[in-house]
Write a protein that binds this ligand. Sequence first.
Ligand code: FAD
Length: 303
Amino acid sequence: MSLATAYTYLARAISGTVCRNELMAKHTSFHIGGPADLFIVCDTTADVAETLTALADEHVPYTVVGKGTNLLVADEGYRGAVIVLGKQFKKHIRDGDRLEAGAACILAYVVQDAFAQGLGGLEFAVGIPGTLGGALAMNAGSREQWIGAATESVTLFVLGEGLLRLRATEVGWGYRTSGLSERGIILESVLRLSPEDPDRIRAAMEANLARRKGTQPLRASSAGSVFMNPVGDSAGRLIETVGLKGMRLGGARVSDVHANFIVNDGGATAADVLGLVGKIQMAVKDRYGIDLRPEIRFLGESG
Ligand SMILES: Cc1cc2nc3c(=O)[nH]c(=O)nc-3n(C[C@H](O)[C@H](O)[C@H](O)COP(=O)(O)OP(=O)(O)OC[C@H]3O[C@@H](n4cnc5c(N)ncnc54)[C@H](O)[C@@H]3O)c2cc1C
């Protein structure tokens, strides 16, 4: 594999930027993570095509990152290329009851824009950080509602095939999964919304935000819920009842506000967070026989 060749080629060939040894702690809401060998900002679809081809030719593994709000990157970093979407993918426009939005759009702006246009259907997403692409990859949402249900179509870039437009019915939406990132790079999406009374939309958004502020450590550095809720139960409740709320390891701590959040109190390493993840899984398994499955995604090899 020749990272150097891919770097030299892409630095000249794409309109976006390419850098080496980019510290991923700068690109995650945990503020944790060592360097990615290559960090590539693709500003256009042509950049994405060039990048994937060059990386494949040079056998460089890659992943796509949005705002890194659901991500734990290893202290050793990532031996490969991190791709981030830039300019072309930050636009969103209204078309009747639909919003067409690039995957790099910040979800919160899309939610605010829908509200400003009197379009309902995204109130559940208020306060979810990250990009639209990340939200689609994760099928982000609440317990009752998720982004897949408001989606009409998703356009991916697939190496060897080019652009692939999927109807929402062709996507494998599930609890915090869509299968989209396994198929390609999400470039844009059409959200199907409904004209509604702006006062009702505002009230729903305010209620959701108030619930979040009251139950989640929003000011702390975290990646949101660490574990998925087991069927019929809540991961936070299980962690709390095994007595791990507030538990600390290095700079990482199980939040006192919500036990399903691990927060970085400053200087936490990925090893600290992984240590807490392991302790929680073991304690919940011992007491309840339940395997807690991580909701956060991991990038890079530890140890
Ligand atoms: C305080 C806080 C509260 C949160 N609350 C919620 C919540 O209520 N509900 C919820 O569902 N989540 C929540 N999250 C988790 C997180 O915000 C969401 O999962 C979010 O949608 C991730 O977006 P992102 O851009 O940061 O994605 P990242 O973390 O950058 O990536 C997440 C995954 O998506 C993939 N991905 C990202 N962009 C693309 C793309 N363009 N193409 C293909 N794959 C891509 C990545 O490879 C990775 O596997 C919360 C997080 C925090 C920090």
